[in-house]
Design a protein around this ligand. Structure first.
Ligand code: TYD
Ligand code: MG
Length: 484
């Protein structure tokens, strides 16, 4: 007979993906995870009678779906269009959100700004900080120019005590900064461990749902992008938001990774300034304003982030490799996608990239998340290789397939309109998009069937290479220069 779960005392949990197994297996057996961290033992005995799990279990009978009235969930609208967009239209009552990001990216700043919006709207907010002293938080609020009325600071890190305090004060909104600093005596091991984060998260969830109070948690992410502590937290909460940004850039992108009450494709764009995070309502214009128009190796890609078009500048630098294996560096572009595009460009459009180191970067610290920018990446590479700038008014749209063909992408017209709005007036498009397009706004379309045609349309023939290219004297020229 199988051992019932009630008798089971321990489980073994992966520290990264949260995979659970009943037996000790050393490392995570899940092929999708491959974490190098050993499994952690977790006590799964039900808490002994009289333990400090103080919330009553909801002993309600099951509800029949058809008897439920559709309910318009209460949402708190914030005076920030960027935040409302990512949240899916405001903060839902009783929802629990996780704000994840690398240390220093601005999580505490964003949470304090949230506290500000709500408290200034007359709602009391509890800010539970296990990381900073009240004076440090005061310093931050002064930078934001915010007095802090109706924001109550707590430095309690015992989650049961903290919940008891919340139960007394009953704020309209609660912030926990960060979930990794909380602990409960009901779970073994130290704060930040799988067992602790999971148990504390569960307790906070239960309270939020019971009292219908939204709770926002800050969670640290490691440099490689995984959440320090268990992934289980991501599965539990209603909303996961990632605050991203590169150290070299002041832009911050708030991206939703999971949203039980809205779309996950929306992003919010902010800039970190001396007065905290400031919204960037027109990021395409802000990015284009900083562009060097005669730059070699730069191409514009109209991308779509949820409902919002965003023109990104893709920059590429190629230089002859000295090591036997050339280096490829991808900032803001998926590394494997870059490898694939470089291979397609070499094999299918005659760009000799095999002996070149390649660095690709998205200006402003942004990240490309869709294949629609493939063609722009290849054009940036070609521009660098030929040492010839692209037309500064040209944008490129298209997914690139392994045969070097250009494929159409969703919502081409929205992308083209955004380019036209910003005064750009030429656009390379996949031939396959031609029939689907209505009347294009003031923009000259150039249709191409293949990457090769697109490169030739954008940069002319590589038969006339600039003799100074990387000291190459044009020896990158492909021998099979047959254009379709
Ligand atoms: P912080 O919110 O503390 O990051 P996290 O909680 O994610 O670790 O802020 C990090 C950085 O932001 C810090 O280096 C200082 C900077 N900052 C500003 O530039 N302007 C400001 O107004 C504030 C509050 C912070
Ligand atoms: Mg912080």
């Amino acid at each position: 007979m199988n051992r019932s779960r009630g008798q089971q005392r321990t489980q073994f949990v992966c520290q990264e993906c949260g995979h659970e197994s009943a037996r000790w297996m050393g490392f995570c057996p899940s092929p999708a995870c491959g974490s190098p961290l050993p499994l952690q033992e977790l006590d799964v005995r039900p808490p002994p009678a009289g333990s400090r799990t103080w919330l009553p279990s909801a002993a309600e009978p099951p509800t029949e779906l058809s008897t439920l009235e559709p309910e318009d969930r209460q949402r708190l609208l914030l005076p920030s269009a960027e935040l409302n967009r990512v949240l899916g239209g405001g903060i839902v009552a009783g929802s629990v959100a996780l704000l994840a990001g690398e240390p220093g990216v601005g999580k505490s700043t964003l949470l304090l700004q949230l506290a500000r919006y709500l408290s200034e709207g007359g709602r009391p907010v509890t800010y539970l900080s296990g990381e900073e002293s009240p004076h440090q938080i005061k310093l931050r609020s002064e930078r934001l120019g915010f007095s802090g009325d109706r924001v109550f600071l707590e430095t309690e890190t015992d989650v049961d005590q903290a919940l008891a305090r919340l139960e007394e004060s009953r704020p309209a909104f609660a912030i926990v900064d960060s979930i990794q600093t909380l602990y409960t005596q009901d779970a073994p091991s130290g704060p930040g461990s799988v067992a602790q984060v999971r148990e504390c998260g569960l307790k906070l969830m239960r309270w939020a749902k019971l009292r219908n109070v939204p709770v926002f948690l800050a969670g640290h992410m490691t440099k490689d992008g995984s959440l320090a502590g268990p992934r289980v937290l991501e599965h539990m909460v209603d909303l996961v938001m990632y605050l991203e940004g590169q150290e070299v850039s002041s832009y911050r992108v708030l991206r939703s990774g999971k949203n039980r009450f809205g779309s996950t494709t929306e992003i919010g764009v902010f800039e970190m300034t001396g007065q905290g995070l400031v919204e960037v309502p027109d990021p395409s214009r802000a990015l284009l304003a900083q562009r060097y128009e005669r730059g070699v190796g730069a191409a514009l890609a109209p991308t779509l982030e949820g409902s919002r078009p965003l023109i990104l500048e893709i920059q590429a630098l190629t230089s002859p490799a000295f090591a036997p294996v050339p280096r490829r560096v991808a900032n803001g572009v998926d590394y494997n996608r870059l490898l694939m595009l470089a291979a397609v460009a070499s094999r299918r459009s005659g760009l000799e990239l095999g002996g070149q180191d390649i660095i690709v970067n998205v200006a402003g610290g942004f990240r490309v998340t869709e294949p629609a920018a493939d063609l722009a990446i290849i054009l940036a590479l070609a521009s660098s290789l030929y040492n010839r700038p692209l037309d500064p008014h040209l944008v490129a749209i298209g997914e690139v397939g392994l045969s070097g063909e250009l494929r159409t992408v969703p919502q081409v017209e929205r992308r083209v309109s955004e380019a036209a709005r910003l005064g750009l007036h030429r656009c390379i498009l996949p031939e396959t998009a031609r029939d689907r397009l209505g009347k294009l706004p003031d923009i000259e379309p150039i249709f191409a069937r293949t990457v090769r045609q697109a490169v030739r349309a954008a940069l002319g023939s590589p038969n006339r290479p600039d003799p100074e290219i990387n000291g190459n004297d044009g020896d990158f020229e492909p021998d099979d220069l047959v254009f379709e």
